[in-house]
Design a protein around this ligand. Structure first.
Ligand code: MF3
Ligand code: CO
Ligand code: CO
Length: 247
């Protein structure tokens, strides 16, 4: 069941999502070689508190962190730790906040200092894939239109799409219907109604699409240990296109 949002709910979503974006930006500005992923979480915790919001992740299905911080071959759900970032790494920051009953969810993968040409290409293609997915999403389109935009952009550039995790509807819950895979065919799947909110998530791998979950039950890594990038925006779907709520 895809919940469409009332005008009041849209205002609630705009607020929660703006806060999520502010946290993502604050954490992004703190990234430098030598900082630990736990210290990045502390930046997020402080910012979330100052906004009067709550982490959407802490305690979600037992998740132990406020933030997901995913370095290099970690695709998503990296748990903040004493791991230090080093020059040349890429680091995915995924932020979820709850404010006044509504959720905002956004992710960006940042370079740490100077990174390789291949890593740069992975980041820019992943960002393009998210941009193309958002452009393909207008009221009345189908889930497959969004999925296909992501997959096509990735594969045309020699990258693969993660298949075991998906984007999702969002609103009064962090995860609502529909699921939005990173692969699929245009013209197929559920229709996206006007005034629905989606968290569109792009997860691209440099190598093969296969991933595994580590012993901690959360960390998702590429099986071949090659790099992976994650970009996510929460959007409001309208007649003439999407409003990006987590810009
Ligand atoms: N941030 C993920 C998403 O984009 C969900 C994280 S689940 C958590 O949907 F448990 F790690 F919080
Ligand atoms: Co997220
Ligand atoms: Co999400």
């Amino acid at each position: 069941m895809i919940y469409t949002k009332s005008p009041d709910e849209i205002i609630g979503m705009r607020n929660a999502c703006r806060f999520a974006a502010e946290v993502r930006i604050a954490v992004g500005q703190s990234i430098r070689p030598g900082i630990t992923t736990k210290e990045l979480e502390d930046v997020a915790a402080k910012k979330i508190k100052s906004l009067g919001a709550k982490s959407a992740f802490l305690g979600y299905r037992g998740y132990p962190g406020i933030l997901c911080v995913s370095v290099n071959e970690v695709v998503i759900h990296g748990i903040p730790s004493r791991q230090k970032l080093k020059e040349g790494d890429i680091v995915g920051i995924d932020v979820g906040v709850k404010y006044n009953g509504f959720f905002g969810d956004t992710a960006e993968t940042f370079p740490v200092g100077k990174i390789s040409q291949e890593a740069k290409k992975l980041l820019s293609v992943s960002e393009d894939a998210l941009c193309n997915a958002i452009k393909s999403c207008i009221a009345g389109c189908r889930v497959g239109d969004i999925s296909s935009a992501i997959q096509t952009t990735a594969e045309e550039n020699g990258f693969s799409v993660v298949r075991d995790f998906v984007g999702h509807g969002i609103g009064r819950e962090l995860h609502e219907d529909p699921q939005i895979p990173n692969y699929g065919s245009a013209g197929i799947g559920l229709r996206i109604p006007e005034n629905s909110c989606l968290a569109i998530e792009v997860m691209l791998n440099q190598g093969d699409w296969h991933v595994k979950i580590l012993e901690d039950d959360w960390t998702v890594e590429t099986l071949d240990k090659k790099l992976s990038a994650h970009f996510e925006h929460t959007v409001l779907v309208k007649k003439d296109g999407c409003e990006i709520l987590t810009k």
